[in-house]
Design a protein around this ligand. Structure first.
Ligand SMILES: Nc1ncnc2c1ncn2[C@@H]1O[C@H](COP(=O)(O)OP(=O)(O)OP(=O)(O)O)[C@@H](O)[C@H]1O
Ligand SMILES: [Mg+2]
Length: 487
């Protein structure tokens, strides 16, 4: 597409050539990172750094920000081991316990223990209800976010810093007005020397797509002609440039060599990349597009095609499946259709480990009661249908003792002893969650008072308790002043 203008230019400027026809696209920083942005969104759990297990798998009373709940942590440790050994695929675990007993925290700790190489997808049951996407579609998307693929290829490549980039022109053989490119001359420099390549004009397009300019480090695959921009040569690292630029050293070894390329992607990444196919069918070109995520429709047919390609690569030994974790918080928010779907998805050959969490006891399964008679419907433990329940490994979480509450509060803030006692009392009387929520306002009150180092005092806590009510007190107030509220 962009060849016509680029071709007649006598010497291509060391700027992105595509800009000549398409107009400069605004550089958005959000486009630079592929995915993985879903993880650290809960600041409430920022003190949790892992499960805090000893090498023998037993839980220390207080480690990695985790306090107490030892049995559940040890159980999660076993789950992590099973996931690492790839023995858990297609199984499901349920974290069951009252509100504020650390279920979400445990799941995040599991994700931290697994590291970044194992995909971890976090969703909440209510996320499936959207006006635009079908419920099962939303579930399917998250399932595929939780299945990774590690692609390992030995490739014959030409790699180096671009020191020359000249399209050679010729008269258009069809006699039309204008000229065409007959060859592209490109010179690459590595630590061992330089190599001049005369390339097919089709590669020129690939080079324009990657926006390669002089001074970039690129590699060109010998047999497919795919071009990948690695980054900007660090010889230019002092030049005035965008912050998003990644500087890389000039490649070692010869320009022409065999290179091991390993990449971790999720099936969802591949779906998205291929929803607007450009380029060839090989894995690298599927991945080349990962940098530009756009919301487009992913059809069942497309997923089928991708599964086929993935299976082919797995058979050839080029790729390896990495089943990750799909965590569904507040699982009682799913309805009976979703549960049926979940059952089926767990049985498919490629399935992640599913971790569910719920704080409900006996409740109605969503979607089983008729709208005319809300009291009808199927009642089941945790709001999970009886055909899914027996397949789950259930890990219970227990309420905390006062001393555990004290330790958890202590991890999160700088308090004087009086404040700690006051908060612990709130944690016991109301809930751990309420006590933790008081921390932020109390901290602000302390700073407003000019407290040195922002240390919270008993008075600050008392003031925060006065300003912000807990659920129980609020309910009591409603009962007391019935007339003032609309009901
Ligand atoms: N054992 C623990 N050690 C340290 N912090 C904890 C522990 N358990 C819970 N917390 C913290 O207490 C708060 C409440 O826990 P969390 O959100 O995990 O509860 P939950 O079981 O998911 O509750 P809900 O059922 O309401 O979702 C969080 O800030 C969490 O990080
Ligand atoms: Mg939770």
């Amino acid at each position: 597409m962009a060849t016509s203008n680029g071709a007649v230019a006598p010497t291509p400027q060391p700027q992105p050539p595509a800009a000549a026809t398409k107009g400069p696209e605004p550089v958005s920083i959000s486009e630079v990172r592929p995915n993985n942005s879903r993880e650290n969104r809960t600041a409430a759990h920022s003190h949790i750094k892992g499960l805090g297990l000893r090498p023998d798998g037993t839980a220390a009373q207080d480690s990695h920000g985790f306090v107490g709940q030892t049995a559940a942590r040890e159980a999660c440790g076993v789950v992590v081991d099973l996931i690492r050994a790839k023995k858990m695929a297609g199984k499901a675990v349920l974290l069951a316990g009252g509100p504020g007993t650390g279920k979400t925290a445990l799941a995040l700790a599991v994700s931290q223990e697994l590291g970044t190489k194992v995909p971890f997808c976090l969703m909440t049951g209510s996320e499936v209800y959207s006006a635009e996407v079908k419920k099962t579609e939303a579930l399917m998307e998250n399932f595929r976010r939780a299945i990774g693929l590690r692609v390992q290829e030995k490739k014959e490549v030409y790699e180096g810093e671009v020191v020359e980039l000249t399209p050679e022109e010729s008269e258009n053989p069809l006699g039309a007005y204008g000229r065409t490119i007959s060859h592209l001359v490109i010179t690459l420099r590595s630590s061992r020397g330089t190599k001049k390549l005369r390339l097919d004009p089709s590669i020129y397009e690939a080079i324009q797509k990657e926006r390669v300019r002089l001074g970039d480090v690129i590699y060109i695959e010998a047999n497919t002609g795919a071009v990948k921009r690695v980054g900007r040569s660090d010889a230019f690292s002092t030049e005035f440039d965008l912050e998003a630029e990644e500087y890389v050293p000039v490649p070692k070894g010869d320009v022409h060599k065999k290179k091991d390329v390993v990449q971790d992607v999720t099936l969802h990444d591949l779906d998205v990349a291929n929803a607007r196919p450009q380029g060839g069918q090989d894995v690298m070109s599927m991945m080349g597009q990962l940098m530009k995520p756009r919301k487009t429709e992913i059809t069942e047919k497309l997923r089928g095609e991708i599964n086929k390609v993935v299976n082919k690569y797995i058979d050839q030994g080029v790729a390896e499946l990495v089943p990750g974790v799909l965590f569904i918080d507040e699982v009682h928010m799913l309805d009976i259709e979703c549960f049926t779907y979940l059952n089926r998805a767990l049985e498919s050959t490629i399935s992640p480990i599913v971790i569910l969490a719920s704080n409900r006891g006996q409740t109605t399964i969503r979607g089983t009661n008729s709208p005319l008679d809300p009291s009808s419907g199927l009642i089941s433990a945790h709001g999970i249908p009886p055909d899914l329940l027996p397949r789950l490994l259930i890990i219970p979480t227990n309420p905390y003792t006062p001393s555990e509450i004290r330790t958890i509060i202590q991890i999160r803030a700088r308090l004087d002893p009086e404040a700690l006692e006051a908060l612990t009392a709130q944690g016991e009387k109301v809930s751990l969650r309420y006590a933790l929520q008081l921390l932020a306002p109390a901290g602000i009150l302390a700073r407003a008072r000019g407290s040195e180092g922002g240390v919270v005092s008993g008075g600050d806590v008392a003031e925060a308790v006065g300003l912000f009510m807990d659920a129980g007190r609020s309910a009591a107030l409603i009962r007391e002043r019935v007339g003032e509220f609309i009901s």
